[in-house]
Design a binder for this molecule. Structure first.
Ligand code: CMC
Length: 437
């Protein structure tokens, strides 16, 4: 809730142009915000903040991050408690409806999601148009956008019921689409969802079962993947969520807005980081493993090289990412359960983490491991191919995107997003005839 503060900000100009008073609002927790909505109207000036380093683009009740403390809350609940006591669908209910479900609400929600997991049969023919070696995120961007061509009865974003059905469909169908894009790539038959299984066990089955034999997922692995989903479910106004909000602000349908989020997530500075982190570990391993860490860290610190320690650093967390702590724990559990505790990549990751946490370069810049540093190792141990990591992230983040989109559309104050610019190009000039240019 935005509570007006007694304090006001005063803006003045050194050339004597009229200044103005700016209201300040307090959130429930976190920094106050200065309301600049009337700034242009009153002063004829814009603010300049590329990368949104100091700009709150909306007010939201969904997720709160305290980057200095390393704290992440969904609707007020610490991520550690949610990861320990809830499953992914309970967290989805929390994000979408604002409260954790009671038994009756949970059963109803699970049933609704379960009975929406199948996709229109025609989607597979659409999917078959892609090259088999297409990147799963290229396929997912197309498939999610295409949902709007298949589910016409939930595309009116201004209709609350449509928004709710679209939310259910997206949460339910993402695992099916991710598994289909995987199966297509490896040339195996698609496996239909099975309603007797949990959300995550069903996903594992659609990924790894074949029609030739029975498949039963390992419980530790199901729990680990479910935790990956919980940890990635929302992360306030990150790049892909802001993309979904901006895209959705035009009134486009929810499937199109979420497809924009999928496209944004693909980038290596965002959701692509878990893939990049694992590729980095594999490269170091190939080059000689733990012995090569020193050389690699030297390259990372060299300003003339573009090498980054992938899976480290975060725009908001200037402390250990709380999701990384939980993921590290899960990583141990999975490697133990699968008899992979001597996994050389995990050992390499541990050694790299230790050195980086002690190195002045990382300490001074407050660069700590983020969730992607470990999630890649866990997914690799589970048998998920590296190229699918970001698609798994998209599956999990879909609930956050749709909750944020629905919050924005439901807000009576919402407007189409339209940033302004500082124009630094040519001043007005006349077009010369082609022979005189
Ligand atoms: N390795 C080496 N140096 C780094 C790294 C890194 N991973 N991250 C930041 N730095 C340096 C950066 O070069 C800069 O140094 P200097 O002050 O000397 O110029 C300083 O630290 C501040 O970094 P920044 O780039 O200004 O920070 P940012 O907030 O713009 O970037 C980031 C955040 C996540 C894009 C960046 O840390 C990064 O590229 N990390 C690696 C990719 C990664 O793991 N991304 C996943 C983010 S978590 C998942 C998600 O929520 O999407």
């Amino acid at each position: 809730m935005m509570t007006p503060s007694n304090v006001k900000a005063t803006l003045s100009f050194s050339d004597g142009s009229p200044g103005m008073e700016l209201p300040i609002y307090k959130g429930t927790v976190g920094p106050d915000v200065i309301d600049i909505r009337k700034l242009y109207g009153q002063t004829g000036k814009f603010t300049y903040d590329p990368g949104f380093l100091s700009t709150a683009s909306c007010n939201s009740t969904i997720t709160y991050i305290d980057g200095d403390k390393g704290e992440l809350l969904y609707r007020g609940y610490p991520i550690e408690q949610l990861a320990q006591h809830c499953d992914f669908l309970e967290v989805c209910h929390l994000l979408i409806y604002g409260e954790l479900p009671n038994v009756e609400q949970r059963d109803k929600f699970v049933k609704t999601i379960t009975y929406h997991t199948m996709v229109n049969e025609q989607m597979q023919f659409f999917l078959r148009g892609f090259r088999r070696d297409a990147h799963p995120m290229a396929v997912m961007t197309g498939l999610v956008g295409a949902l709007s061509a298949f589910y016409h009865d939930s595309t009116d974003v201004h209709n609350a019921q449509h928004r709710e059905i679209a939310a259910h469909r997206l949460i339910a169908k993402m695992p099916t689409l991710v598994a289909m894009s995987y199966k297509y790539g490896v040339g195996q038959p698609f496996i239909y969802p099975k309603n007797s299984l949990s959300y995550t066990a069903n996903f594992m089955r659609m990924m790894f079962a074949t029609p030739c034999e029975e498949y039963e997922a390992n419980d530790v692995v199901v729990r680990a993947l479910d935790r990956i989903f919980i940890l990635h479910a929302d992360h306030e106004q990150n790049a892909s969520t802001s993309t979904v909000r901006l895209c959705g602000s035009s009134g486009t349908n929810p499937f199109a807005a979420i497809a924009a989020g999928v496209a944004c997530l693909w980038g290596p500075a965002h959701g692509g980081a878990n893939e990049a982190a694992l590729t980095m570990l594999e490269d170091i391993q190939r080059a000689g493993g733990v012995e090569k860490i020193g050389e690699f860290i030297r390259q990372v610190k060299d300003k003339n090289s573009s090498v980054k320690l992938m899976g480290f650093g975060h725009r908001v967390y200037k402390n250990y990412d709380p999701r990384a702590k939980l993921m590290r724990e899960t990583c141990h559990e999975v490697l133990n359960a699968l008899g992979l505790h001597d996994d050389p990549l995990f050992k390499l990751a541990m050694a790299l983490e230790k050195i980086a946490l002690e190195d002045e370069y990382f300490v001074a810049r407050k660069l700590y491991p983020n969730v992607d540093f470990y999630s890649g190792i866990v997914q690799r141990a589970i048998g998920i191919p590296v190229s699918l990591f970001t698609a798994i992230f998209a599956l999990a983040r879909t609930v956050g995107w749709i909750a944020q989109l629905n919050e924005m559309i439901g807000d009576p104050e919402y407007k189409i997003g339209r940033p302004r610019q500082l124009f630094a190009g040519a001043a007005p000039r006349a077009v010369l005839p082609i022979g005189e240019r």
